[in-house]
Design a protein around this ligand. Structure first.
Ligand code: ZN
Length: 265
């Protein structure tokens, strides 16, 4: 896919990077990325993917823009209060970059629609705010052989990783369930709505998610697959820990018991 003169100017700072160049920018233009949730993490992901010129951005969210969202969900705005988040995101993307095609799904991801939606995209960014959706996204990405770029935030803390067990070559590329075998009981870990979250932290982790997505698309640098980034915002400390495939993983090992999405709602 070749770039027009206007696109060469728009993406000049990417094209200058030897790791991206014109060929990498053309790959970004051809990429299809699904963002699950247009909230605290999803909105900075969407913002940077749109600016970067990702050709197709899918957004799934069934919520409307609420006043309490605006402290961190930067692409939504006061005039768009009450609008569906997918519509607000679509309007924001059109302002940032008219090159981007937006595919909006104003619904919740469920075991009934996950396969059909996720199969249309190359890479999935998880910005969901609950463990039921997180596990559904991971299981479906594994079964559909899609790369998952996962972020999580709470209070002043953030986590980030890339999961692509379908590209495993040796003892690498674990899945989300190798790290977290089961969802915790619903009341064990509070949500951002219950415990709060620093707005700018969403931007930090969401921007890193967008950066890892662009690296996966272009092949620039080292993949984050096999590592987990843990950010402690109060101490301003990043830690990077190695994660390995679990030989007993219920999803991605030879002893896997999860073969479809029937255990999900
Ligand atoms: Zn696994």
């Amino acid at each position: 896919m070749s770039l027009s003169d206007e696109q060469i100017e728009r993406y000049a700072r990417h094209i200058l990077l030897p790791e991206i160049g014109g060929a990498g920018q053309a790959k970004i233009r051809a990429a299809k990325v699904l963002v699950v949730g247009a909230g605290g993490l999803g909105t900075p992901v969407i913002q940077y993917l749109a600016a970067a010129g990702v050709g197709t951005i899918g957004i799934i969210d069934d919520d409307v823009v609420d006043l309490s969202n605006l402290q961190r969900q930067v692409i939504h705005s006061t005039p768009r209060l009450g609008q569906p988040k997918v519509e607000s995101a679509k309007a924001a993307i059109a302002d940032i970059n008219p090159d981007v095609e937006v595919v909006a799904f104003e619904t919740r991801l469920t075991s009934d629609n996950a396969k059909e939606i996720i199969s249309k995209f190359d890479i999935v960014a998880d910005g969901s705010d609950n463990f039921a959706t997180r596990f559904l996204v991971m299981d479906c990405c594994y079964l559909e052989k899609k790369t998952l770029v996962s972020g999580a935030i709470l209070r002043f803390d953030g986590q980030l990783s890339v999961f692509k067990p379908h590209q495993r070559s040796d003892n690498d590329c674990p899945c989300y369930r190798c790290l977290y075998p089961e969802a915790p009981p619903p009341d064990m870990i509070p949500t951002c709505a219950e415990a709060g979250v620093l707005g700018a932290l969403c931007g930090a982790i969401g921007s890193l998610q967008a950066a890892e997505i662009l690296k996966e698309i272009t092949g620039a640098g080292d993949s984050l697959s096999g590592s987990l980034i843990i950010f402690d915002g109060l101490r301003t400390e990043f830690r990077k820990i190695k994660i390995k495939p679990d030989p007993k993983c219920a999803l991605c090992s030879e002893q896997a018991t999860i073969k479809d999405l029937s255990q999900h709602l």
